[in-house]
Design a protein around this ligand. Structure first.
Ligand code: ZN
Length: 413
């Protein structure tokens, strides 16, 4: 039963569909895969769903095959992780298990660097031990790629699959699936526990099909993880329909560095002002530096100017960069001192003495959640909890103030 819990198109794979439940792709004016109703008519008179088309077209002639996901045999406690949770992490982990056992969703509102992944382990182990199926979904492929090996080490004897666009089809029965949030659209009533990680990250927050996918793919409680939860989750937690844990402290117990805003007329990316160069030089005397920019077009001109102006190892990297892994590794090892980047580094990566500078912090591409995530790359090590964070902007924006207010609120808890 390799496709347990999946819903697949007749065109998708060679499979024995006799065990699957066949449903029409479109019914009652809704797409049965993504739940959306804005269907489009084809010249033939048939309809199709444009919303989930990147997973293969669902038309009025499509059959969706929903494969059952029977309980698996129960197993001995499957957690092979040998690390230790702090007292605070242990309390939160216990609260997650309590919600799970009450059949209730739970929101874990945790600052970056609080050790969120490890806190999940007891809840995941509880479900796996009872023969349940667990899904861990994250919006971005790089997060999936970073999470999967950590989970495989923590559950070394558990069969696991990784699902993303273009991944090979599962070739065995699995109990644990790590997948991009979009791939949830390929599942139906599949997961006894579904973890939704970083649910505030683009594109999840604004896509109703993904909210639909989360509820259609799961048949048990959901654990939502976020550093900046969307309003609908906060409200559900306040009403008590969902459990809530807030982890305002990093594992080392120090508060988050509060970003400083510098409002300045910078002519970026064409020309880096001398005072910005001086500030970067000063930072680099004591720290490595992550320099975030809002636009990939800024990378080459800025990297070039900085390489000319500052005599240290500098590189630029973006999410789709073919050398991304090498550059990030070089930065982690300290061989690169300054990294100009459009992308947020993998979680769980702690670089001691790492400053963060955000240029174009007033860009519409940076909402408060993104600003908090970027700032959260600093101060992660117990050796340097107060690494500097600077937001450079031409104008004050609401997002800048929301970000700083949220960080202060978390620090005040
Ligand atoms: Zn659809």
């Amino acid at each position: 039963m390799w496709y347990s819990g999946m819903q697949l198109l007749d065109t998708e794979v060679d499979f024995d569909s006799s065990v699957a439940q066949a449903v029409p792709g479109l019914a009652d004016g809704h797409c049965q895969r993504c739940g959306q109703s804005a269907l489009v008519q084809l010249p033939s008179g048939d309809y199709y769903c444009p919303h989930c088309i990147n997973l293969g077209r669902v038309t009025s002639r499509t059959t969706l095959y929903r494969f059952p996901a029977p309980q698996l045999p129960s197993v001995e406690w499957p957690l092979t992780w040998k690390g230790q949770l702090t007292a605070q992490q242990t309390a939160v982990a216990a609260a997650l298990v309590a919600s799970l056992q009450a059949g209730r969703d739970h929101l874990l509102w945790a600052v970056t660097g609080a050790g969120k992944t490890e806190i999940l382990f007891p809840a995941i182990a509880t479900v796996l031990a009872a023969g349940g199926r667990v899904g861990v979904a994250a919006p971005r492929l790089d997060v999936v790629r970073e999470l999967a090996p950590r989970l495989q080490v923590a559950f070394a004897h558990t069969a696991m699959a990784i699902r993303y666009g273009g991944a090979p089809w599962p070739q065995r029965t699995v109990a644990l699936t790590v997948l991009t949030t979009h791939q949830l659209l390929r599942y139906h009533q599949a997961f006894d526990l579904l973890v939704i990680d970083e649910n505030d990250a683009f594109p999840f927050a604004h896509d109703p099909a993904l909210w639909h996918a989360v509820s259609a793919a799961s048949r048990g409680p959901k654990l939502w993880l976020s550093a900046t939860p969307p309003t609908r989750l906060r409200q559900a937690a306040q009403r008590g329909t969902m459990g809530l844990s807030i982890l305002a402290r990093r594992f080392h117990g120090h508060p988050l560095p509060v970003p400083r805003i510098r409002i300045q007329a910078l002519h970026l990316p064409q020309r880096i002002a001398p005072q910005l160069i001086r500030q970067l030089q000063q930072i680099l005397m004591t720290h490595q530096c992550l320099l975030f920019v809002p636009d990939i077009a800024w990378l080459a001109p800025l990297t070039q100017q900085l390489q000319t102006a500052i005599t240290t190892a500098i590189a630029g990297v973006h999410a789709a960069d073919a050398q991304r892994a090498e550059k990030v590794a070089a930065f982690r090892q300290g061989r690169l001192r300054l990294l100009v980047t459009t992308t947020i580094l993998e979680r769980g990566v702690t670089i001691p003495r790492c400053a963060v500078v955000v240029l174009g912090a007033d860009s519409a591409r940076f909402d408060a959640a993104a600003l908090i995530q970027m700032a959260g790359r600093a101060g992660r090590s117990a050796d340097s909890p107060d690494d500097p964070v600077w937001f450079y902007a031409r104008h004050d924006t609401l997002a800048l103030h929301q970000a700083i207010r949220t960080i202060r609120q978390l620090n005040a808890r």
